[in-house]
Design a protein around this ligand. Structure first.
Ligand code: PLP
Length: 445
């Protein structure tokens, strides 16, 4: 039996105790320093220990930390909704606040199904996701997730929503297939799933614009998301984009959908919204969804106790202020280019590293047993897990990912505030861990 009363993810594993953080670094109680190359879980996007955020939290907590959303509205939540919707593409003009990414995608299901009920089409209740996707741990969000490793058998508790094939050129494009042709083929595969499920029963589809943990930063072929938008419009199905990782600057734009030129009907954000300073997430909704409620039941009965609480909202406002005041998105673009160039150099020096991919400050790569064929190592080698441990020993945090059961990919998502010399340090530590991986990689062949 573990000595600690705190139940942890892996029993029997020693977790160092974090004591404090400063900028891109975390420190433990043994005095070790870690460069947070993953922002924890793609979350700590303005770094640790930002004084203005702590001060804003203190001030708001002293004024009023909690009020209940069916009794009061509050200034910070109103302002956060106003600023977020102003940044969002198209007419995503309304925001609803929840407390985690899972609650956000779960909310999106209920909002999508509720939308069709308001419009007199109560049979539209399915939400189709994709293989290699992750939308959260609650039973609804997990039902839409095609993440085999995180989706053990919960029997009938999970909805058997159909999933469509992924869009991941490195593994699934045909030899010689153009990006455009692959985008069309992957989108058509999604359309076939919707048609097979009967569009009359499909409320929405949900897609991560760039797949995170379920694939290890899978950037879709150009035009793929626009095609999905067009398919959804044609088949009268709502499009939910899960920007829990990509939203609020991670890719160098406020939203990845903006880069893709796509306006979803519902857009979920999480992680970077509070940058880890408080549990907070949101869903942005297009005007036509809110109009349907307004001309229908008039009620959006979707909330949680802590939805839009003043303390959480004030925290996120302070994070937004920081992002804007320090031109953090520009930094993400510049430092992202530096990181990408360095990763490509490392991949060239280590033939067991392939497909460096990403955007802004969200990057991933895969371990392969044969650079020529791209064949992955046997899952038994647990390549990503071994590498994460090697990095940790070097004082670098990276995030394990990849297609289950391969789990051979690694994600990098450092704070968007990272400096030039800190990117160099990150690459140096990564290089040292890759050198340590060499003997391991020799065993894969
Ligand atoms: N959606 C995506 C794309 C995610 O990566 C995650 C978490 O990693 C979630 C949803 C769920 O968010 P949370 O862990 O805050 O519930």
């Amino acid at each position: 039996m573990p000595a600690s009363a705190l139940l942890k993810q892996h029993l029997g594993v020693h977790y160092p105790t974090v004591t404090h953080g400063e900028g891109v670094f975390l420190f433990d109680d043994e005095g070790r320093r870690y460069l947070d190359g993953a922002g924890g879980a793609m979350t700590a996007s303005i770094g640790h220990g930002v004084r203005e955020v702590a001060e804003a939290m203190r001030e708001q907590a002293a004024r009023v930390a909690f009020s209940y959303r069916t009794q009061f509205t509050n200034g910070p939540a109103e302002e956060l909704a106003r600023r977020l919707t102003a940044l969002a593409p198209g007419d995503l003009d309304h925001a609803f606040f929840v407390n985690s990414g899972s609650e956000a995608t779960e909310f999106a299901i209920r909002a999508a199904v509720g939308h069709w009920r308001e419009r007199g089409r109560p049979h539209k209740v399915k939400v189709l996701g994709r293989e290699l996707s992750y939308h959260g741990m609650t039973l609804g969000s997990l039902s839409m997730s095609g993440h085999a490793a995180r989706r053990p058998d919960y029997g009938s508790l999970l909805h058997p929503f159909p999933v469509a094939p992924p869009a991941h050129a490195f593994r699934f494009a045909r030899p010689g297939e153009s990006e455009e042709a692959y985008a069309a083929r992957a989108a058509e595969a999604f359309e076939r799933e919707i048609v097979a499920a009967d569009p009359g029963t499909v409320a929405a589809i949900i897609v991560e614009p760039i797949v995170g943990a379920a694939g290890g930063v899978l950037v879709p072929p150009s035009g793929y998301l626009r095609r999905l938008r067009e398919i959804c419009d044609r088949l009268e199905v709502l499009l939910i984009l899960d920007e829990v990782i990509t939203g609020l600057g991670r890719t160098g734009a406020w939203f990845a959908s903006e880069t893709e030129g796509v306006v979803p009907d519902l857009l979920a954000v999480g992680k970077g919204l509070s940058a880890g300073y408080t549990p907070m997430a949101a869903v942005l909704l297009r005007t036509h969804l809110v109009e349907a409620i307004a001309s229908g039941s008039g009620v959006a009965p979707f909330g949680h106790t802590f939805s839009g609480n003043p303390l959480g909202a004030a925290t996120c406002l302070a994070v937004l202020d920081h992002l804007e005041a320090h031109a953090v998105l520009d930094n993400a673009v510049e430092r992202g280019a530096q990181l990408a160039a360095g990763l490509r150099r490392l991949a060239a020096a280590h033939p067991f590293v392939a497909d460096v991919r990403g955007r802004g400050l969200l990057w991933g790569f895969e371990f392969v047993r044969d650079a020529r064929t791209g064949h992955p190592p046997d899952p038994a080698h647990q390549a990503a897990a071994v590498f994460v441990r090697l990095c940790f020993a070097e004082g670098l945090i990276v995030y394990p990912a990849g297609i289950a059961p391969l789990n051979n990919a690694v994600m990098l998502a450092p704070p968007l505030t990272i400096r030039e010399d800190e990117v160099e340090l990150l690459l140096e530590l990564l290089g040292a861990a890759l050198n340590g991986m060499r003997p391991e990689a020799e065993r894969w062949t």
